[in-house]
Design a protein around this ligand. Structure first.
Ligand SMILES: Nc1ncnc2c1ncn2[C@@H]1O[C@H](COP(=O)(O)OP(=O)(O)OP(=O)(O)O)[C@@H](O)[C@H]1O
Ligand SMILES: [Mg+2]
Length: 340
């Protein structure tokens, strides 16, 4: 069996973020010769033994998931001293990119198709059992529009399962905030234990934004946004889009309840309540997204085929230091925090 450096040839960088980089890579091994998306975590994260071990455990769990609406994970390990995940390469865009590039809210049948894909992916993960039939209690913890991919063919795919972990630290010190916590649930912000209902809250925020292009808790500052997630009731989405149906609006508001017990008990129940009318087809979604897609091979020429050496290419080493400290102290491998 080949080692990871023998197995993967980095072709070009697709994207570089605060927590890692995504590369288009070629996987050559025996009869296999295919393009994959290779996510490399930053070198800082590779140095702490516990996060790496935790990362591998989560990657193994992610690799067990096989669902048409979940990005397939093929492999994970260490490449040039950095943890990596090799996954299905999706030629398309993220829901975040789509929402940023449109002026009018998405047609309701398209919103229903995105909701169907996202909630079926979550329901599959939440009900996944091990070989003995024991529920694995998988919780995604980082359901954001950036982690919902839409392929050029019009398929909705959820990614980054298990990468975000409990203990996501949002407040580094009183009043100091890091990351982009706008899609975290109130219980995540309070660092309380979470279960599948935390994903329903985050999914509802994604769907609220997809349906209205508005975020019910976004305020002038990150601090105020966090306070709003914890305290303010979400405004009825029909304030932003009067044509939204009553069942869709009611389902969103229920999934956005502060108390997890007041939300739906499953992604399936959420989907049944939310999907109240015609659902678009994949070709219809494909027609809508394709004008906004650039080929994955053309996205980010910077850093093509090369790895950032430790200490280079970090967007903001100050917050990465904070992050490394948070990982070491809280044992968290939290990739889901971004600035608002
Ligand atoms: N499997 C994939 N195939 C193709 N492109 C991908 C894939 N996964 C991620 N990308 C691209 O890489 C970008 C960065 O992904 P990454 O997961 O690092 O960041 P994010 O989703 O914005 O944030 P986070 O996952 O930390 O919340 C995505 O926005 C997407 O454009
Ligand atoms: Mg992601």
């Amino acid at each position: 069996m080949l080692t990871p450096p023998e197995r993967y040839q980095l072709v070009r960088r697709i994207s570089g973020g605060g927590m890692g980089e995504v590369y288009l890579a070629r996987w050559r091994e025996g009869a296999i010769d295919k393009e994959v998306a290779l996510k490399l975590l930053l070198p800082d994260l590779a140095t702490a033994a516990d996060p790496l071990e935790r990362f591998m455990r989560e990657a193994r769990l992610a690799a067990r998931m096989h669902h048409p609406n979940i990005v397939e994970v093929f492999d994970a390990g260490e490449l040039h001293g950095r943890p990596f995940i090799a996954m299905q390469l999706v030629d398309g865009i993220t829901l975040e990119q789509l929402l940023e590039s449109i002026a009018d809210p998405l047609p309701l049948p398209i919103v229903r198709l995105i909701a169907t894909g996202l909630l079926e992916a979550l329901d599959y993960a939440h009900t996944l059992s091990d070989e003995r039939g024991e529920l694995l209690r998988v919780v995604h913890r980082d359901v954001t529009p950036g982690n919902v991919l839409i392929s050029r063919a019009g398929t909705v795919l959820l990614t980054d399962f298990g990468i975000a972990r409990e203990g996501n630290v949002v407040r580094t010190a009183p009043g100091v905030l890091r990351g982009k916590p706008a899609f975290l649930s109130p219980e995540q912000l309070r660092q309380h234990p979470v279960d599948l209902r935390t994903d329903l809250f985050s999914a509802a925020l994604c769907l609220y934004e997809a349906a209205t292009l508005a975020h019910p808790f976004r305020r002038a500052t990150p601090d105020e946004t966090l306070a709003a997630i914890e305290r303010d009731p979400a405004a009825d989405p029909r304030v932003h889009r009067a044509s939204l149906t009553e069942p869709m609006a009611t389902a969103l508001l229920r999934a956005l309840e502060k108390d997890p017990r007041a939300r739906f008990g499953s992604a399936r129940a959420f989907r049944h309540a939310f999907i109240d009318g015609p659902v678009a087809t994949s070709p219809e979604l494909a027609a809508l997204v394709s004008p906004h897609c650039r080929s994955v091979t053309q996205r980010s020429p910077a850093g093509a085929g090369t790895l950032s050496a430790p200490g280079r290419g970090r967007p903001n080493s100050g917050w990465l230091w904070w992050l490394a400290a948070a990982l070491l102290s809280g044992g968290a491998l939290a990739l889901g925090l971004r600035w608002l």
